[in-house]
Design a protein. Sequence first.
Length: 390
Amino acid sequence: MIKLKVEYYGNEHEKMLSKLSCATELTKVVKNGLLIPEQDFLVYSLFREQKRMAGWKTYKELAEKVPSRLEIFNDYFGIENGYLYSKFSSSNDTDKTMTEAVGVGTSLSLASIIYGLTEADWEKIPVTKNKDLDFQIASTGQEIVELESKGAIVTNTNYKREISGRANDIHKKKSQQRNKHDNNNTLLGIIATIPITKGQETVCQILDPEGDNIEISPRKYKLLARLLYYYREFRILTRAHFLISLVNRIQAIQVSEDYDSFDNQPLLNIDNEPFINITPSLKISKSVVEDGLAFGEIISLGNNNYYYYGFLFSIIDILINQGFSNILAFRNNIELPRESNILVHIRRSEAESFGISESEFEGRQYFEMRMRGQLSITASGKVIGRCSRV
């Protein structure tokens, strides 16, 4: 767990933020601080990189980038006893991209907790006309929330002057949007200040910025964001036929004026029948956690170190059944034991990276091995963590 200290960026911002629907939760975290799961933080900051271009689309392509992302993070940042810190103090030595990524990871973790969101809710959907803004956008179902994230490495997190430039940048965007785009959404700015000293808490300064105008109802936005998120994530892991039906349903909801007509209308296969028997096929071809809790893939990090990346099986049924209330309300509450068992299925094309010879397959399509690891389940149902061969 990572320890965060949360503060208002001055009395004026405290007064404005006290009017928000999250004001009660925000007051609690300002008073008591916050603990965020390390895996949630890493997902937000390092693993949201899929793009619609070659080298960034498939599981295999993204899997090849995971070791380098972890190595870069560990090169520049450390986590010790719950305290996140920068290993470098000079701006000439730090990496701006990584600093901003850590700022996004910290800010999204905080915003998700105070609004009861998961990482699935921060999926951007193509409904905004303004393309020049880099806000993270989500919906609670009742309101659309926009977040401007900044990261800053500081010598002392108590010195606000070290982040004044970033606060001014957020303020300028606020004024521009207020004057030009008539924005009525809920707006937050969070500047995460990461210390260079071990044992000092990362401090999140919260502001009231302005952002992008979204011409869509909050409930529809949240529904589309979640469906797009799971479609995008599942498409990395599997080519199961229900995903074709899912993307067609997403497109239908997107253009429909009466999208509630699709509520509780299950996804249908080529024979116009609801999909069945998807879970058994995934258990055969994917790496499975704890006797059928989750399915996913294993990424080799070298030296008998591996990274597990997958999702809960239960989400498949929720997506196929298309009950909107279940989709909108889903938030994982399952906790894994300290060490989890994984039945790994390795394809012939992956044999070399796992040190397996062709002869060991003995005519089988997959080679089975067992692993154990410290895995975590994020709020959206994503299962991730390190593991090793038993």
